[in-house]
Ligand binder design. Sequence first.
Ligand SMILES: [Zn+2]
Length: 219
Amino acid sequence: MPNRRHKVRSYCWTSVSTLEKIRWAPRVSQAKMWQLYQSDARGIVDDELIDEVGFALYTRAQSILLVANGDVCCPRCHNILHIGWEQAETPDAVISCPTAGCSWQTTYRDWRKSLHRQHLFGRNADPALKAYIDQYQRAKRPQDRMILIDQLIHAFHERLKDREALKSVGGNLIEGKGPQVVAFLDRLAYGDGGTPGLIETRDAWRERLEADQTQRVST
Ligand SMILES: [Zn+2]
């Protein structure tokens, strides 16, 4: 079995591709997310499942941040290469990877084309994604990683509920259309036997959402 924890340590993720094409991490599967919350609510600490979902979120968050910054993971040397949104004015200018010994090249046009149907649209990255990436790498216990997953899901859920805020999220984390993802996240299970802290995070988050809504109605 591949060692996922090892892969997480590398900042730049790309799936193996002999074609050296630009690749982006897919959105996270609802089925896996559902399974994770069901097992947590039953008090099961499924290390492998936590890592599977946690790593999928990690790579997806990374792709969103890369796009927001106008960057890409070099598919040859796996270092970060800057493309720049401003390059839209010269879409066919060749951009070479600056890493010593790596001569991989691309253009703004190819980079932009690689984003087609990837649901990676934003130029403003959500700070919650950066926080998740920084902390996930350091989280040692599966329970700590579960809490980080849950916090990210709540931050994301909050943006999805607010259409204006959604525009600044920078891309979708979970597969599905906006309203359907909100409904899915609303149904995620929480049980008394689950990871300590999860129910508290959910309750604090719900209170904040309700307070925001009350404020919006009264202003
Ligand atoms: Zn390179």
